[in-house]
Design a protein around this ligand. Sequence first.
Ligand code: SF4
Ligand code: SF4
Length: 114
Amino acid sequence: MTARGPLRLTADEQARFTPPPDAAPRSPLTTDCTACGACCAAPDIHALNKPLGVPCVNLGPDQGCGHLCAIYVTRPGVCRSYQPDWVCGEVAPLPTLDARTRRFLEIYGLQQLP
Ligand code: SF4
Ligand code: SF4
């Protein structure tokens, strides 16, 4: 297995980024969404020095809805440019941030580093 890039994806894992045939297209909007927090917890975010699978330090309490980012108005560009996609529909309905994070990682074939 060859590590590739910051997300450490293999070719097989990369294939998981391909949406299912019946998935809704990625939103053209860089919409204001920290509603479920999965994208603030699951991926590694170098701009924030945030490791894979670890909630961002700016992520608020897991309330399951609403904006959870404590620095929402001043959040960095990498967060502002995130475009929700079909994965949101998979993770957002799950009841806890931990469950949403684990499903996000599972979909993308990512594993937390030891
Ligand atoms: S994973 Fe999707 S639904 Fe959840 S906070 Fe991020 S953009 Fe919003
Ligand atoms: S800064 Fe805010 S929007 Fe960006 S990852 Fe952290 S909690 Fe999410």
